[in-house]
Design a protein around this ligand. Structure first.
Ligand code: SF4
Ligand code: FES
Length: 212
């Protein structure tokens, strides 16, 4: 594998062919925010929070850091005015779905994003696909899917499979950047299988309402 030399935020960085800009930055200790990225899963490029600016042959453009491959002599900037503006806007859209997400609120502070800029959406889901992809790629179970369109698009557990597969697993809960995935699962189970025992920690009324 050949070595690639690039520059990130003015720092000379060595990477391997086939690496993404995000991986090269992480290997050099340079932080790029991510939401839908997880190193055990295939690259997805869904949230765009990892947007960075790259310069190729004197031309600058915005690219998705978790998908864009490193190139010899590439110049990457992770905090330009435009990059920060894009991230702020993305965060404001995401906060309309999940205004209490700790991961989003922390980033909102960094980028000056207003969590009330957009009207609240009916679905809590940020569509990062982490739970869906983890269940499919790692667990090979495909219990969770994405349903509906537009602002209503959200995840859904397949009740028959969830009752069989999720009880002993629940590994996707901790991947979710919102606090509602666990509640969504328990609600699905409670509706589809009222006779099954309740979770050890019952879902609060507030959380259940929030996920509708
Ligand atoms: S439920 Fe959570 S982990 Fe799953 S896609 Fe939505 S935001 Fe991502
Ligand atoms: S982390 Fe790159 S698009 Fe989501």
């Amino acid at each position: 594998m050949s070595e690639i030399n690039l520059q990130i935020d003015g720092k000379e960085v060595k990477a391997e062919e086939g690496m993404t800009v995000l991986e090269a930055a992480q290997s050099a200790g340079i932080f790029i925010p991510t939401l839908c990225h997880n190193e055990v899963l295939e690259p997805y490029g869904g949230c765009r929070l990892c947007t960075v600016e790259v310069e190729v042959n004197g031309w600058s453009k915005l690219v998705v850091g978790c998908l864009y491959p490193v190139e010899q002599g590439l110049i990457v900037r992770t905090r330009t005015k435009m990059v920060d503006k894009v991230r702020k806007l993305i965060l404001e859209f995401l906060l309309a779905h999940s205004p209490d997400s700790p991961a989003l609120l922390e980033l909102a502070q960094e980028y000056g994003a207003d969590k009330d800029r957009f009207e609240k959406e009916s679905s809590f889901c940020l569509l990062c696909g982490l739970c869906v992809r983890y269940c499919a790629e790692v667990k090979k179970k495909n219990v969770i899917g994405l349903i509906d369109k537009g602002g209503k698009r959200e995840i859904s557990f397949i009740p028959e499979l969830a009752a069989k597969e999720c009880w002993d697993c629940k590994e996707c809960f901790s991947l979710c950047p919102t606090s509602y995935l666990q509640a969504a699962y328990h609600l699905t189970k409670a509706i589809a299988f009222p006779s099954l025992p309740l979770p050890v920690k019952p879902v609060s009324e507030g959380t259940a309402k929030a996920i509708k």
